[in-house]
Design a protein around this ligand. Structure first.
Ligand code: GDP
Length: 456
């Protein structure tokens, strides 16, 4: 790969474990000088003569100064995460010791790594493609089982493998189409148009599916935000407590969450549900709509992925419920109707689909409600084994691919000649390569095509 960045060949070092005191900490050093540097701090053995993938216990010494007793894990390039010579130093967890080791490595010629630089090196050294590199970032940020699963799937290359197969099929056809150009005078068609139609169809479906998975991917990565609203005494705070007592998720920091709204978070089947602006419910337990004004509460509802409207089945009238529903529909909000206090005697059945009846106080109907929340937001295509797009950059590229495929199809319908089709094909190929970070320039494509055309 020729697009090396500045400082790319330097040896980098960083503390790999979380900051603060721990039982042990790991310092990672990667680059051509990694073995030289650590060897000069590790007097008991010559590390250069040790095999790769071995562990070594001993003391780190900076000149005469003893630093710590450590365990070294040796990885010789290219069989390492970054693809370069790498050593992981496990030391005792005191921040002071960690700093001393870091400083000693820097004094011997390493430099402090930038954020994400180990993964960047792995990418630049061809150890992984871009989707995999991005998945590494996702997995570090994963805070539920489902997001971890999606990230792990991407790391293993699931997503890229699918794209790779699509891309190869398309290249195959592009080559045939281009071959036709060489025989333009003879009016021949090497690329079977029926088969080509079928391929474009398959591609369109696959790409559309990946695009659709973004909604789910986004849900898995960032969670679903829910606004609980309802009149005073409908049972909002009771419901909130019931939901949170059972499934409150412990989350330190959620990406993309603003700090100025208070959120409680729960975990349903591995998906994070963020109950937004719960402070309003907790503090005054009064009517959101009447107290903070219609505009403000509408704003709140618009920011949510789903509005949970809870009402008292004994006091709500069909007319007020219809009014409420009309508002949701008019605002194009996704909503769920929850009739509360279903325990306290007879109550009318309301004429709307999909009302969940619960008795929050007695925790009745809560499991069904959670199921309904899950279904309404995560929907049926939740097979986490499938490829899931979680990255906005990928989404943008996929949309461009889809539009190129659309053009190709139109071109086929209109009976366009090979040379006109091939430019749309190249566009689709370009953006497919863009996602996996492959070099998809003219030179490479020409190289591929030249191989295809051997023997003609
Ligand atoms: P909020 O104003 O919407 O937050 O409502 P609260 O959660 O404070 O509840 C209002 C009143 O309704 C309280 O006295 C609750 O005990 C009562 N309540 C809540 N849920 C139920 C329920 O399922 N059944 C019955 N009978 N009462 C409930």
């Amino acid at each position: 790969m020729n697009n090396k960045l500045s400082g790319w060949d330097e040896t980098i070092v960083a503390i790999a474990t979380a900051p603060g005191v721990g039982a042990i900490a790991v310092i990672r050093i990667s680059g051509a000088k990694a073995f030289d540097i650590v060897n000069s701090l590790f007097p008991s053995k010559n590390l250069h003569s040790q095999p790769s993938h071995t562990l070594h216990v001993g003391f780190l010494k900076d000149d005469d100064q003893l630093i710590d007793e450590v365990v070294l894990a040796l990885f010789k390039g290219p069989k390492s995460f970054t693809g370069e010579d790498t050593i992981e130093i496990s030391c005792h967890g005191s921040p002071y010791i960690q700093q001393q080791i870091l400083q000693a490595c820097i004094a011997k010629g390493a430099r402090l790594a930038r954020a994400g630089e180990f993964t960047q090196k792995a990418f630049l050294n061809g150890k992984m493609d871009l989707t995999q590199a991005e998945a590494v970032a996702d997995i570090i940020a994963a805070n539920t089982a489902a997001s971890q699963k999606a990230a792990l799937h991407n790391i293993r290359g699931g997503f890229s493998n699918t794209l790779q197969i699509l891309r190869e099929q398309l290249i195959g056809f592009a080559a045939l189409i281009e071959l036709e150009l060489d025989f333009a005078m003879e009016d021949v068609e090497f690329a079977d148009r029926t088969q080509f139609y079928e391929l474009i169809d398959t591609l369109q479906q696959a790409v559309a599916q990946l695009i659709q998975s973004f909604t789910l991917g986004n849900v898995i990565k960032n969670g679903v935000s829910i606004a609980i609203i309802g009149k005073p005494n409908a049972g909002k705070s009771t419901l909130l407590n019931v939901l949170l007592n059972e499934d409150r998720a412990i989350v330190s920091d959620i990406a993309g969450t603003t700090r100025d709204t208070i959120e409680e978070v729960m975990n349903i089947d591995g998906i994070l549900f963020r109950l937004i602006d719960t402070a309003g419910i907790r503090d005054n337990a009064t009517d959101v709509i009447e107290n903070i004004g219609i505009e403000k509460s509408l704003d709140k509802m618009r920011t949510a992925d789903l509005v949970l409207y809870i009402f008292d089945v004994h006091t709500e009238t069909a007319a007020t419920l219809a009014q409420q529903v009309a508002l949701f529909e008019q605002e194009q909000l996704q909503y769920l109707l929850v009739g509360n206090k279903a325990d306290a005697g007879q109550h009318p059945t309301f004429e709307f689909n999909n009302i969940q009846y619960i008795a929050a106080k007695n925790k009745e109907g809560i499991d069904e409600l959670k199921k309904a929340l899950f279904n309404a937001t995560v929907q049926s295509n939740t097979n986490a084994e499938n490829n899931i797009v979680t990255n906005a950059r990928h989404l943008a590229s996929l949309q461009l691919i889809l539009s190129a495929l659309h053009n190709i199809k139109q071109g086929l319908d209109a009976g366009l000649s090979g040379d006109l089709l091939s430019s749309d094909i190249r566009t689709a190929l370009y953006y497919l390569g863009d996602i996996t970070g492959e070099v998809s320039n003219e030179d490479k494509l020409d190289f591929i095509f030249s191989k295809f055309c051997i023997g003609k």
